[in-house]
Design a protein around this ligand. Structure first.
Ligand SMILES: *Cc1c(COP(=O)(O)O)cnc(C)c1O
Length: 453
C-alpha cells in the first residue's frame, strides 16, 4: 500500500470551538496590572483599547471551550482545514528513524497562521460597532492578515510596520495596501511615541515594541477605533488553537500521537496554537510530551530573559504583563525573522515555562536558514524565516533520534511560507548572513528599565 503523505479534514470535521488552556492550568497566569495603580485589570479596563469580547477572553479562566462564531467559521472555511503532512523526504535526507509531521499553516492566501486570529478579532470589532482598527506588524504577516480580515468585515485598517522590515520586505506592505489598508514605517513622525523614539535615536530601525506603541496611540486618539495585536496576548493564542485541534484529529487519522511538539517563538501565538490542545493531555492525563519553543539566539527571552512584570511595548502604553522578558527597551539585531524580534513572551507561555511544562531552545540565524534550505529542497516549500527556527529545532531532535535509534513522533508547525522573504534567502545564499550574539551585559542593561511592581 502506498504511504499516505497528507492528512486533510473534511469541512464538516473542522473544530467549532477554541480551546482555552487557562481553564486547565494548575497555576493560573498572573493578571495584567494597571501601570499607575498596580491593580489587576478587569475586562472593562482592557476594553478601552481592545474589543470587549477579546478582553473577556483574555482573562477567562473558567470556560475550557469557547464557541467559534459562525461568521468566523465561514471565513475559516476559505482555507481550513490546513494539511497535516508527513515529511518523508526530510526524514530520508536526515536518515532518521523519527517520524516527522508538520502542520502546514502556509497554505492560506496570506501565507501564515496569523489569519486565524485576524478574522476573529475583526469579527468581534464589527459586532461591537467599531469602524476602524489599527495594529503593528513586523515582517508584515500580521499586517497583511489584518488588512484582509478588516476588508472582509468592512473595517478601515491602519498598520504600523517595523521600519527595517518594511525595507526588507516591501511587498507585504503592497499586499496590505491591496486590501485597502494604510501602512506607515515605525518609528514614524505621525505619533508622539514615534517622535520621542526618533528624537532619542534618529537611526532607530524600529521593533515590534515601537510599532505597538504607535498603533495604541492612534487607537486612543481615533474615535471608534480599536487596537488589535497579532501575538503575545491570551486571546490570540486562544484563536490559534484551531491549529492544534485540527492536528489532533489529523494525527489520529495517521494513527500516531506526537512525542514532541515544536513551534517557532516570537510572542507565542503559533506555538500556543499547535501546542495547547496537546498540552491538555499532559496537564490532565499526565501524558509525556516534550514541548519545544524555538526562538532566535539574538532575541532570547525564553532562554535568557527574566520572569518579571513588564510593558508589552517600547513606550510603556500597555498594561504590565507577567512575562519572560529581555526588557521592553531591548533592541534585537536586524535578523530576517522579523516576526521573532520581540522582547517578551505571552503570560500563559511564561507560566507554563516557569512550571516546566515546556522548554525553549535558541537557534542561531545561520542554523535556521540551513534548516530552511534543507526543508525547501526536500519538501518543496520555502519556509518563512520564522518557521525555519521550528524546522531547525526539529532537525536537532531528529538527529538525536538517529544517534539513539528512537522512533520519536515529532510534530512541528510550519507557521508560514517565505515567498516574500526572498531577499533574506538571497543574502543567505550569497553568504552575507551572520549570527548575532547578545551579551549578558546587554540583557542586564535593558532589564534595568523594567518597572518594579
Ligand atoms: C508572526 C509570525 C511568527 C511569530 O509570531 P508568534 O506569535 O510567536 O507565532 C512566526 N511565524 C510566522 C510565519 C509569523 O508570521
Amino acid at each position: 500500500m502506498s504511504k499516505q503523505k497528507r492528512f486533510i479534514l473534511p469541512e464538516s470535521e473542522i473544530p467549532t470551538q477554541w480551546y482555552n488552556i487557562q481553564a486547565d492550568m494548575v497555576n493560573k497566569p498572573l493578571p495584567p496590572l494597571n501601570p499607575s495603580t498596580k491593580e489587576p485589570l478587569k475586562a472593562e479596563d482592557l476594553a478601552h483599547i481592545f474589543n470587549l469580547e477579546c478582553s473577556k477572553q483574555e482573562l477567562d479562566q473558567e470556560n475550557r471551550w469557547i464557541d467559534i462564531p459562525e461568521e468566523v467559521l465561514d471565513q475559516y472555511k476559505y482555507y481550513r482545514s490546513t494539511p497535516l503532512v508527513r515529511a518523508y523526504s526530510l526524514e530520508k535526507a536526515l536518515d532518521t528513524p523519527a517520524h516527522i509531521y508538520f502542520k502546514n499553516e502556509s497554505v492560506n492566501p496570506l501565507g501564515s497562521h496569523k489569519l486565524n486570529s485576524a478574522i476573529a478579532q475583526c469579527y468581534y470589532c464589527k459586532q461591537e460597532g467599531t469602524t476602524n482598527v489599527t495594529t503593528e506588524t513586523g515582517a508584515g504577516q500580521w499586517g497583511a492578515a489584518l488588512s484582509y480580515a478588516a476588508k472582509v468585515f468592512g473595517l478601515e485598517a491602519a498598520v504600523y510596520q517595523v521600519k527595517i522590515s518594511l525595507q526588507q520586505k516591501p511587498y507585504r506592505a503592497s499586499i496590505m495596501r491591496t486590501f485597502g489598508a494604510t501602512v506607515e514605517g515605525s518609528p514614524s513622525m505621525s505619533t508622539r511615541a514615534g517622535k520621542d523614539i526618533i528624537t532619542r535615536d534618529p537611526n532607530h530601525q524600529g521593533s515590534l515594541g515601537t510599532a505597538i506603541s504607535e498603533a495604541i496611540e492612534l487607537a486612543m486618539n481615533t474615535p471608534n477605533c480599536k487596537y488589535t495585536l497579532g501575538s503575545v496576548l491570551n486571546h490570540v493564542g486562544l484563536h490559534q488553537t484551531i491549529i492544534g485541534l485540527e492536528a489532533e484529529k489529523q494525527m489520529e487519522m495517521a494513527g500516531e500521537f506526537p512525542d514532541q511538539v515544536i513551534g517557532c517563538f516570537g510572542g507565542g501565538s503559533n506555538f500556543s496554537g499547535i501546542a495547547f490542545p496537546f498540552m491538555r493531555h499532559k496537564i490532565i492525563d499526565g501524558k509525556n510530551i516534550d514541548f519545544i519553543a524555538a526562538e532566535p539566539s539574538s532575541c532570547p527571552k525564553l532562554t535568557r530573559g527574566k520572569f518579571e512584570y513588564d510593558y508589552g511595548d517600547e513606550a510603556g502604553y500597555t498594561p504590565l504583563l507577567p512575562m519572560y522578558t529581555l526588557g521592553h527597551g531591548f533592541k534585537p539585531a536586524n535578523i530576517h525573522a522579523g516576526g521573532l524580534r520581540y522582547h517578551g513572551a505571552g503570560t500563559i507561555i511564561s507560566q507554563l515555562l516557569k512550571d516546566n511544562l515546556m522548554r525553549a531552545v535558541d537557534i542561531p540565524q545561520l542554523e535556521s536558514f540551513d534548516a530552511g534550505l534543507l526543508f525547501a529542497r526536500t519538501e518543496g516549500i520555502v519556509p518563512a524565516p520564522e518557521s525555519c527556527h521550528a524546522i531547525a529545532s526539529t532537525i536537532r531532535e531528529a538527529k538525536k533520534c538517529k544517534e539513539t535509534g528512537e522512533k520519536k513522533v515529532i510534530l512541528f508547525n510550519l507557521s508560514g511560507h517565505g515567498l516574500l522573504d526572498m531577499t533574506a534567502y538571497e543574502s543567505y545564499l550569497n553568504g552575507d548572513l551572520r549570527n548575532y550574539t547578545v551579551s549578558d551585559e546587554d540583557i542586564a542593561s535593558s532589564l534595568k528599565d523594567v518597572p518594579t511592581v
